[in-house]
Design a protein around this ligand. Structure first.
Ligand code: 5GP
Length: 347
């Protein structure tokens, strides 16, 4: 047994220190980024936010709505072939990732879809990206799809980030345990504080000209800002995008003044009992029973929440004097705080 005694931090453990700047308004900042991907050599420009490939948030409606903000959606992997072909053949398909797991059935379905349309972005994820078999799957996906931008994960350390990039991933997805409906930390005791994971994995990925996507643990726009500050190229959101019209989920209504109004919506982890039951036997290997089901408040159209996230990121950029999103991590100094301080300031 060994103990690593370096301090590892979560979003709640830091704030971003303001810096002198000549920027006067949020309108002077550019929240878009352009990336050239390592394996494909292709470019992408947009607001680097990705809706999680979960049943509730990884929907076609979400991809259409976020596409208008230049953001992306990783579709969940349970859409039927025909729906996927129609969607990826449409203009909105450019704003989405096709998600696959590691089974033969996943690869066979992808091959069928690809016979009829082009898939530009692939998201290949498993709960634990540390197995040799997963590296082989990433290599296979790269051989299979030489022109697709591949995002693969999840891992939390620099060594495995490098391994995945060398195996063929353009973007490595970072996060084990931080998700809002994830119970991995509780059930298994395994995990890694998310802010430190992003810092360490971004450093490893950038050294090889790869990118990272910070996945999980953002509970407010300030956490998205901190993820970019830590070096995340992309940020993936589940819980923050749940509860909207564009989600797939059961809405709960309440009677108010004789009217039925929507008040809440179900949101569940992809390895929760809810997901297990839905895909009886189909999902058990994907996430090993480490998720829960919650009700989120109903929040109307997702454009409201996107406005808040964009507003938060823009404002952070003016506080630290970053004109462009790509300057943010260079201009970020985190100050360590107690969790209580963060609460007082609405963190
Ligand atoms: P959130 O933004 O809600 O904090 O985190 C979203 C992320 O949680 C997803 O992108 C995924 O990586 C992770 N996740 C989704 N469902 C589950 C689950 O059932 N168990 C675990 N351990 N993680 C999950």
């Amino acid at each position: 047994m060994r103990i690593e005694s370096d301090i590892k931090l979560d979003f709640k453990d830091v704030l971003i220190r303001p810096k002198r700047s000549t920027l006067n308004s949020r309108n002077e900042v550019d929240v878009h980024r352009t990336f050239r991907f390592l394996h494909t050599g292709t470019e992408w420009t947009g607001f680097p936010l990705i809706a999680a490939n979960m049943d509730v948030t990884g929907t076609i409606s979400m991809a259409r709505a976020l596409g208008r903000f230049g953001a992306l959606t990783a579709l969940h992997k349970h859409y039927p072939e025909r729906a996927l072909v129609d969607f990826f053949a449409s203009e909105d398909g450019a704003h989405a990732f096709y998600s696959i797991g590691t089974t033969e059935a996943d690869f066979a379905k992808l091959a069928q879809v690809r016979k009829r349309t082009t898939i530009k972005h692939l998201c290949l994820d498993v709960a634990n990206g540390y197995s040799e078999k997963f590296l082989d799957t990433v290599k296979r996906a790269r051989d299979d799809s030489p022109d697709a931008i591949i995002m693969a994960g999840n891992v939390v350390t620099g060594d495995m980030t490098e391994a995945l990039i060398l195996a063929g991933a353009d973007i490595v997805k970072i996060g084990i345990g931080p998700g809002s409906v994830c119970t991995t930390r509780k059930v298994t005791g395994v995990g890694y504080p998310q802010l430190s994971a992003i810092i360490e994995c971004a450093d490893a990925a950038h050294g090889l000209k790869g990118q990272v996507c910070a996945d999980g643990g953002c509970t407010a726009p300030g956490d998205v800002a901190k993820a970019f500050g830590a070096g995340a190229d992309f940020v993936m959101l589940g819980g923050m995008l749940a509860g909207h019209d564009e989600c797939d989920g059961e809405i709960r209504y309440e009677e108010r003044n004789g009217e039925k109004v929507p008040v809440g919506m179900t949101f569940y982890g992809m390895s929760s009992e809810t997901a297990m039951k839905k895909y009886a036997g189909g999902v058990a290997h994907y996430r090993a029973a480490e998720g829960k089901t919650v009700e989120t408040p109903y929040r109307g159209p997702v454009e409201n929440t996107m406005g808040e996230i964009l507003g938060g990121v823009r404002s952070m950029m003016t506080y630290i004097g970053a004109t462009q999103l790509k300057e943010v991590s260079k201009r970020t100094t985190f100050v360590r705080v107690t969790a209580q301080t963060n609460d007082i300031f609405g963190g």
